[in-house]
Design a protein around this ligand. Structure first.
Ligand code: FMN
Length: 365
């Protein structure tokens, strides 16, 4: 059932591993899956360096690059941070200033200020796409909206595949209309930007909506039993994220890693406080503060990131331990050990195979 997607991606194992850690991406691609490098956090020169490193490691094995191109955000496609900053309401600024005082967050170093990413804007993502297209990335995927048709065309004409993450059948159809070769159906359990439908409901809906386009299931998949369930829903493979945060190759901060290892499923909460769109992330006092009665509604993308960027970066820079967090999905409750990415991948596949064998031998109840 997974052969077509394995053939399409050029992999032995139908598991895609999303990560911002280049070492995870390389390890998974080398181990037979597909490492997917998240570009969102990186400026073009940084991205170029990371992809060059991945190229040097993977020996021609396929990997992919993921960009965030939001179908909807405010401000048009401008890089003019001054103009966008002028649109930040005083009451929202005042709330952030109060939080900084309440949590004693020191100022961000001067040389790190004003480097907001404007996540989701096409202007930023297009620069990342240019870098990706200069490397032999096999798959280009966009989150929060389809790739523009000119980008999909250029990717195709250079022999690559394109895809998109979706949280509904309508979004899945939009990706396919824009030229996607595969669709990632990502349920609400997932870490990162995530919708409201659960994976168990979403995957069959998306599979039916875009047949014969292959669908990868994402959200809440971190072991072989969950992978087997995804295949039973009609997925051709799985797309995973959270589980790689606690691998040996992950560059997640050690403080955050300890929090992840100790967290339970319900500690992964959905909040708009980081980017303005719902992101499932580790619960921290900072995230909780945005749910308090005096908190303003988070601003639309990309204004919320602009509003909180310096404070969030200062939390990391000054290691304000209580507030340090990360996007992560509900599977965080099952992540208890740090292991090599290769071992994690192979254990997942072994468990999936055992599960499928056992199910085949089980008579209908
Ligand atoms: C730390 C983290 C950051 C993420 N950032 C992005 C991103 O930039 N772009 C994207 O398409 N998905 C992003 N995601 C979502 C993943 O691509 C993936 O869909 C999700 O992790 C799958 O669900 P799981 O976390 O339950 O495995 C992120 C996930 C995590 C855990």
């Amino acid at each position: 059932m997974t052969a077509p997607v394995r053939e399409l991606l050029g992999v032995d194992i139908p598991v895609v591993a999303f990560s911002h850690s280049r070492a995870v991406v390389a390890a998974v691609s080398l181990a037979g899956g597909l490492g997917m490098f998240g570009a969102a956090r990186f400026d073009p020169d940084e991205l170029d360096e990371h992809l060059g490193w991945i190229d040097s490691q993977v020996g021609g094995r396929p990997y992919g690059v993921d960009v965030v191109m939001a179908a909807s955000h405010v401000g048009g496609d401008t890089d003019d941070k001054a103009a966008l900053r002028a649109a930040l309401p005083p009451e929202n600024r005042a709330f952030v200033a109060r939080l900084r005082e309440r949590f004693a967050i020191p100022p961000l170093s001067e040389d790190r200020r004003g480097r907001e990413h404007l996540t989701g804007t096409h202007a930023r993502a297009r620069r990342q796409v240019e870098v990706a297209l200069a490397h032999p990335a096999r798959l280009l995927v966009s989150a929060l909206g389809p790739l523009p048709q000119d980008v999909a065309r250029r990717a195709h004409s250079s022999g690559r595949l394109v895809g998109g993450l979706c949280g509904s059948a309508e979004q899945a159809r939009a990706h396919v209309e824009a030229g996607a070769d595969l669709v990632v159906a990502q349920g609400t359990e997932a870490g990162g930007h995530t919708g409201e439908l659960a994976t168990l409901v979403l995957v069959p809906e998306v599979v039916d909506a875009v047949v014969p386009v292959p669908v990868l299931a994402a959200g809440g998949i971190a072991c072989g039993r969950q992978m087997a369930a995804a295949l039973a829903l009609g997925a051709a493979g799985v797309w995973t994220g959270s589980m790689w945060l606690v691998t040996e190759e992950s560059d997640v901060d050690p403080v955050v890693r300890e929090k992840l290892l100790a967290a339970r499923a319900r500690d992964a909460v959905r909040s708009r406080c980081s980017t303005g769109k719902p992101v499932r992330q580790l619960r921290t006092p900072w995230v909780e503060a945005w749910e308090e009665p005096d908190a303003p509604r988070p601003l639309p993308m990309p204004l919320q990131e602009l509003l909180v960027y310096d404070a969030v970066k200062a939390i990391a820079e000054h290691r304000v331990v209580a507030l340090m967090g990360t996007p992560v999905g509900q599977v965080v409750g099952s992540l208890h050990h740090v292991r090599a990415a290769r071992d994690v991948l192979h254990e997942m596949i072994d468990e999936c195979e055992r599960t499928l064998d056992a199910l085949c031998e089980t008579p209908m109840p």
